[in-house]
Design a protein around this ligand. Structure first.
Ligand SMILES: *[C@@H]1O[C@H](CO)[C@@H](O)[C@H](O)[C@H]1NC(C)=O
Ligand SMILES: *[C@@H]1O[C@H](CO)[C@@H](O)[C@H](O)[C@H]1NC(C)=O
Length: 462
């Protein structure tokens, strides 16, 4: 192809502005001068306003065509007077123009750069309108500029073939800025309720944790984590954007926020139960010692086995209840020379000589007290059953009080009080003979009777 182009053509960029046209030159070696002039002018023309971005719609050599909405090549051979000097001829080219010697033959080999200049087809005049070409039957068919690379759409643009022409458009989600299609940052338009991620040509909404995209893919709706396997061990409460674990009564939430651990209520206080606190999962209960039953929730109450019938006393026995148990005693506790006169009373008949120095009667009584009572404590009152005018009664503890745990306080001539003097701890049992000595000085009469009191001390303070 050596002879095709006689001289190496200079490819001349179009002048950046019309003002520079007088200096435009397209001779070999003029590029350096161009650069120099550009520098010079730039420095010497500070008043030259920098063109705003919106004016640089198209790159050099193209101009904005409002009708077709894309950049159209400028035919510098027409717009620039004396684009080529001397004997050179001007050949328009996409984005610029060529100055060639008039003798140079032009071969249509510029397809890679864009559509050939119309003049180049002079040898085969096209009888069809622009954008059409004849087929074998000499009828005009549309040229598909898009597939034949005869378009000037930017790589960022989509080329659409039209009858007789073509159109460069921006893909969805792109907008034309200058000559290029630029991705629209949809996130600037607040399409998303929570977060927006811009994507080439589109966008995606995201939601904060605890939310999920609504049916419109933009709003965020609360996720009910409780319905979706939230890891709460016992109770789950959904709330806006999150959830809370709670525990049943008697449990407390572990530090992890999910699991529940049993509360040891018994460790909180020693007063929860009168006797013994037993921790159980989620609760506690009070237990009572044997012989007692729970009264309400925390108190222990002695079981009266004699009342409930839980005793095993025989027919000949009498059941005596005390704190924490019971005792079966012989109904007849009278021993010679005493004879029984009623359930609890034994008499020593005056006719019996053996009774001369003995108390004339012994009455059996039973009572029960709890451990560690505060002292002094009145525990039993003795009362003379028969009152004789002029008689004087004296009361004393005749036996059973070896350690001095009790004493008698006389109240008047006919009654006295048994007083517990020291705190005692059970289980323990006293048999106290409380003697009443009746004296009548006028009649020179002296009689003694005994109240045999059995005192059971329970093992507990209740
Ligand atoms: C939301 O996104 C899903 C998945 O990308 C899609 O199938 C659905 O059609 C979208 N819905 C709407 C209303 O855009
Ligand atoms: C108690 O005995 C005394 C002395 O014998 C006597 O003076 C007094 O009247 C008696 N009191 C009563 C209430 O019987």
């Amino acid at each position: 192809m050596g002879g095709a182009v006689a001289e190496t053509p200079d490819f001349c960029p179009p002048p950046p502005s019309l003002r520079m046209l007088p200096f435009a030159s397209c001779l070999p070696g003029s590029l350096l001068l161009w650069a120099f002039l550009l520098l010079l002018l730039g420095a010497a023309s500070p008043q030259d306003p920098e063109e705003p971005d919106s004016y640089t719609e198209c790159t050099d050599g193209y101009e904005w065509d409002a009708d077709s909405q894309h950049c159209r090549d400028v035919n510098e051979c027409l717009t620039i007077p004396e684009a080529c000097k001397g004997e050179m001829k001007c050949i328009n080219h996409y984005g610029g123009y060529l100055c060639l010697p008039r003798s140079a033959a032009v071969i249509n080999d510029l397809r890679g750069e864009g559509p050939p200049p119309p003049a180049a087809n002079a040898q085969h005049p096209n009888p069809c309108p622009q954008g059409y070409e004849p087929d074998e039957q000499e009828s005009c068919v549309d040229v598909d500029e898009c597939t034949q690379a005869l378009h000037d759409c930017r790589p960022s643009q989509d080329c659409h073939n039209l009858p007789g022409s073509y159109q460069c458009t921006c893909p969805d989600g792109y907008r034309k800025i200058g000559p290029e299609c630029v991705d629209i940052d949809e996130c600037r338009y607040r399409y998303c309720q929570h977060r927006c991620v811009n994507l080439p040509g589109s966008f995606r909404c995201q939601c904060e944790p605890g939310f999920q995209l609504g049916p419109n893919n933009r709003s965020c709706v609360d996720v009910n984590e409780c319905d979706m396997g939230a890891p709460c061990e016992q109770r789950c409460f959904n709330s806006y954007g999150t959830f809370l674990c709670r525990c049943n009564q008697g449990y407390e939430l572990h530090r992890d926020g999910f699991s529940c651990s049993d509360i040891d209520e018994c460790s909180y206080s020693s007063y929860l139960c009168q006797y013994r606190c037993v921790n159980e999962p989620g609760r506690f209960s009070c237990h009572c010692p044997q012989g007692y039953q729970l009264l309400a929730t925390r108190l222990c109450q002695d079981i009266d086995e004699c009342e409930t019938g839980a005793h095993q006393c025989s027919e000949a026995q009498t059941c005596v209840n005390f704190h924490g148990g019971y005792r079966c005693v012989d109904t007849n506790r009278c021993v010679e020379p005493y004879v029984q006169v009623s359930d609890n009373r034994c008499l020593c008949p005056a006719s019996n000589p053996l009774c001369r120095e003995q108390p004339s009667s012994i009455v059996h009584r039973y009572m029960s007290i709890t451990s560690e009572r505060s002292v002094p404590a009145d525990v039993f009152q003795i009362q003379a059953t028969s009152v004789y005018p002029g008689a004087y009664n004296a009361f004393q503890i005749r036996s059973g009080n070896t350690q001095g745990d009790f004493y008698i306080r006389q109240i008047n001539n006919v009654s006295a009080m048994l007083v517990l003097a020291r705190p005692v701890t059970g289980p323990r049992e006293y048999v106290l003979d409380l003697e009443m000595v009746t004296m009548n000085s006028l009649m020179s009469y002296r009689a003694s009777s005994v109240l045999r009191l059995t005192v059971f001390v329970g093992a507990y303070t209740f």
